[in-house]
Design a binder for this molecule. Structure first.
Ligand SMILES: *[C@@H]1O[C@H](CO)[C@@H](O)[C@H](O)[C@H]1NC(C)=O
Ligand SMILES: *[C@@H]1O[C@H](CO)[C@@H](O)[C@H](O)[C@H]1NC(C)=O
Ligand SMILES: *[C@@H]1O[C@H](CO)[C@@H](O)[C@H](O)[C@H]1NC(C)=O
Ligand SMILES: *[C@@H]1O[C@H](CO)[C@@H](O)[C@H](O)[C@H]1NC(C)=O
Length: 512
């Protein structure tokens, strides 16, 4: 723990009013953080997972809970239904979410498939969100500023430059747009924009992919912008994750400012880190680094307010906002209320082409997921279980073949560089089971620079677990963007008609 160097923070730390980075060890990239009164909101990317663009809420910038999604369904074309094509690595990313006070309306906007920008609005942050407009233009990596006079501006990246557009008053069309900044060669490509107004000046936060964050400042929304570095090649203290980059700025009701960036922390994904900033006489903000790094701990922005823990048991009385499907689900084939019932919807040999896989982010630095699975209703040829899911995956699950049930560990489920299935997997170990109920468990260590191991076990009584298969080494490349998730699946290899019920999902921190 840092003691003396940091302006006044030492006193706060010594009385334990401090928070730790990362703020929340969940894959929540491209954050757009904003404040309404004393409440903070966090919008994040979820790409091919549905519903899209999760929303979290906090009273203190430190403790966050999932509350909703801005994009109810990825209805951007057939591939997002995972029927004859796939939308892996596409969907919702680097979007914005802001509250328009005088319209009492929430806005979400994002470029989908590199071609069109979709605008969704809602009367309340928890919904009901609906599509307001589709613009024939890609606001790539966009940020929304609602100015004091209610004019809406969107910053975005295009043609190796930073741009600003003015939107119509209800956000359905563009009034004008202009290139506002062309980075020099030594800075290179900029993206991941967010637009702000502070003390009468306009700012655009922008990222140097995976390396750092710069900020542009001007007197007018369309320029003339000058640039300064905020963080460049800055790591999180004590972490092997990548440099802090992208993200957003936010202030407290008392006028203290923070930068919420994220670090690439594969195999887990991209996780948020919160850094205090101060505004200098030159009009630019400076990050409160300690010995050139983001500190693992800073004094609390405001008094902490606890939220429900991510760990614990979910019995699926409803489908909470922490859950997202791999692509759009077939809603007629699942139900919740008394456990999660999954009917098979796809006949396939591949997990990546199976519909209705229900996912949740792994919790870092390591966590264990356990499901109680009732498999009595499976049909011959069906496979159901718990996966550690990304572009290289493995699972523990039940197979029914020739009327007999077995529990299996399967690995080597891989995608090619275009995210199509490359390998449907290899069964490493199989054991026969009976009785109709099995507990399936996956442990995942997603600490960057750690073992990156997933480990599998099962139980027929919910108490004594037996390891199965081999340890699986999770991939750490960034190209798939999304980090590893736990995924509950049920698919057919011969005929539809079977179903399973997941009585519970339990998430524990660490290895159980
Ligand atoms: C995707 O599935 C939904 C729900 O089943 C359906 O309403 C929609 O038409 C499908 N979209 C496409 C493009 O096939
Ligand atoms: C937005 O404003 C335009 C122009 O006034 C109008 O034609 C359109 O119906 C409005 N759309 C919504 C969703 O308010
Ligand atoms: C923008 O700022 C630069 C540097 O201060 C100056 O040379 C240039 O004339 C300005 N352009 C406009 C349009 O104000
Ligand atoms: C594709 O599958 C083969 C066979 O399992 C494997 O050797 C290869 O590494 C896989 N390629 C990728 C890109 O995962």
């Amino acid at each position: 723990m840092k003691t003396s160097t940091l302006l006044g923070v030492a006193t706060l730390l010594s009385s334990a009013h401090a928070y730790n980075n990362p703020i929340l060890w969940n894959d929540l990239a491209d954050n757009d953080i904003s404040r309404v009164d004393d409440t903070y909101y966090y919008s994040a990317s979820s790409m091919h997972f549905s519903p899209g663009a999760p929303i979290l809420r906090s009273k203190d910038l430190v403790n966050w809970e999932y509350i909703a999604h801005s994009v109810p369904s990825l209805d951007f074309g057939a591939k997002y239904n995972l029927t004859n094509a796939q939308g892996y690595n596409r969907g919702t990313w680097a979007s914005f979410m802001r509250y328009h006070a005088s319209q009492d309306t929430w806005y979400w906007g994002g470029c989908i498939d590199f071609s069109k920008t979709y605008i969704y609005t809602a009367p309340d942050v928890t919904g009901k969100w609906s599509r307001r407009a589709v613009m024939n233009k890609c606001y790539y990596d966009s940020g929304l500023l609602i100015d004091n006079d209610d004019t809406m501006y969107v910053s975005y990246a295009a043609d190796d430059a930073v741009w600003v557009a003015q939107l119509s008053s209800n956000g359905t069309s563009e009034v004008s747009s202009q290139q506002v900044y062309v980075p020099s060669e030594d800075i290179g490509y900029l993206e991941g924009t967010r637009m702000y107004k502070h003390d009468g000046r306009y700012y655009i936060l922008t990222t140097r992919p995976s390396r750092g964050t710069h900020i542009l400042m001007a007197d007018e929304p369309f320029g003339n912008y000058t640039l300064k570095e905020l963080v460049l090649n800055v790591k999180l203290e004590g972490s092997d994750a990548g440099s802090i980059h992208q993200g957003s700025l936010v202030d407290t009701p008392d006028g203290d400012w923070y930068y919420m960036g994220f670090v690439d922390a594969y195999p887990g994904g991209r996780i948020p880190v919160l850094v205090p900033i101060t505004w200098g006489d030159d009009g630019f903000p400076t990050a409160a680094l300690v010995d050139g790094a983001v500190s693992a701990s800073y004094g609390d922005p405001v008094a902490q307010v606890a939220v429900p823990a991510l760990t614990g048991t979910d019995t699926f009385k409803e489908l909470g906002p922490r859950w997202e499907w791999n692509h759009n689900p077939d809603t007629s084939a699942y139900s919740v209320g008394d456990g999660l019932t999954l009917k098979t919807v796809t006949v396939t040999y591949g997990l990546y082409s199976a519909r209705n896989t229900l996912t949740q982010r792994t919790l870092g630095p390591d966590s264990t997921a356990t499901i109680e699975l009732n498999y009595a209703g499976m049909a011959d040829g069906d496979r159901a279980g718990l996966a550690i899911l990304r572009d290289q995956s493995a699972w523990v699950g039940v197979k029914k073949d020739s009327g007999k049930f077995s529990v299996n560990m399967v690995d080597d489920i891989t995608m090619d560089a275009s995210w199509n299935t490359n390998s449907t997997g290899t069964t490493v170990e199989s054991a026969s089971i009976s009785g109709g109920t099995v507990w399936l468990r996956v442990y995942a260590d997603v600490m960057p620079g750690g073992s990156n191991t997933a480990r599998f076990s099962y139980s027929t009584d919910g108490t004594a677990f037996t390891g199965i298969g081999d340890d699986f080494t999770m991939g750490t490349s960034w190209q798939f963007f999304m980090g590893y998730r736990f995924g509950i699946f049920n698919y057919a290899t011969t005929d539809l008609g079977g179903s399973v019920t997941v009585a519970s999902f339990t998430l524990d921190a660490g290895e159980v």
